[in-house]
Design a protein around this ligand. Sequence first.
Ligand SMILES: C[S@@+](CC[C@H](N)C(=O)[O-])C[C@H]1O[C@@H](n2cnc3c(N)ncnc32)[C@H](O)[C@@H]1O
Length: 342
Amino acid sequence: MKKYLAYIRGHHQILGFEEFQAALEAEEVVYNNTKIDDQISVFTTKDNPLPAARRCAFLHSLLGLIITGSIQENKLEIQTLESNFSIEKNSSFCVRAKRIGKKEIKQKSTEIERKLGEYILDRYDGYDLRVDFKNPDNRFIVIIIKNEFYLGKELWSKDRKQYHSREPSNRPNFRPGSMKTDFARALVNLSCVRKGEIFLDPFCGSGGILIEASHLGANCIGIDIDYNAVVSSMKNLRAFGESFYTILLCDSRHMTIKNAHAIATDPPYSIQSSTHGKQVVDLILEFLEEAETILLPGRRLVFSSPSKLHPENLIENTKFKIISQIDTRIHKSLTRRILVVK
Ligand SMILES: C[S@@+](CC[C@H](N)C(=O)[O-])C[C@H]1O[C@@H](n2cnc3c(N)ncnc32)[C@H](O)[C@@H]1O
């Protein structure tokens, strides 16, 4: 069993934790959470959690946890959890400290970084290690919460540029009402879709969610009632080099599709994207009834809508069961409620 630390930074921590847990499930990683705090989750597993981390939009980094300890009266108390730093002879390293929450200790982050750096140098005396902050072979991160610290080796960290290149405004075909790329990716992850499976977005708009599912190797089906949205989706998917997709011009209340492994979607709210004359609530309900006949048993459907619509009440009228409900504040007048149902 190895110990890992998942670090989630930013305003959407609950979404981040839920996304990572769903990604672990999709990648068939069996794990045990030992601690969940503000922005960290410590877990143990025999499996490799890296493929799950790599697919997440709201995970900042994944660390292989090495040591934890406490900082008492400005003195680092180190307890060895797992002594292996996986550091090679004649290599370079750096230690970076991040504080989470209120500062409860006086010691400066730079001092903690220096002390832990000295600890590593001392422990690996004779290894010819060099300290390099710009381009180290090994990046050790220490996370400080209250008066505890967690030191781990960074195994992966999010490449923001990659997501930025697929933002709605950077796609060849822009349509208003498109979801930001990290949210689109999180919805796909929450659906637990796996490589090679059939993924459906029945309100696909300009294809943002489909691009993310396709990036993970799913076979995508997109549906939209609007001809221009269908054309826009096709152009965008082609531009990003995706090859396994079908886009259909049809009404998501009457789809001729069977056996989807996962569904994730962002139905219209009638503000920026049209419901084509239907009441939003009626449209979602009719789509949910249709989805019951399409989704394979035990698999997930994920959809978002404004919290003020109370989409959770609609689920009571269907055969689905809610497995999680996540609220994310988008701006002053919109809190997006994401429902994951089975
Ligand atoms: C919020 S947009 C989806 C945006 C998409 N997630 C994106 O990132 O581009 C909702 C889409 O639902 C489509 N739509 C509305 N009613 C529909 C229906 N009955 N069947 C299928 N699509 C519908 C609209 O044309 C619109 O493109």
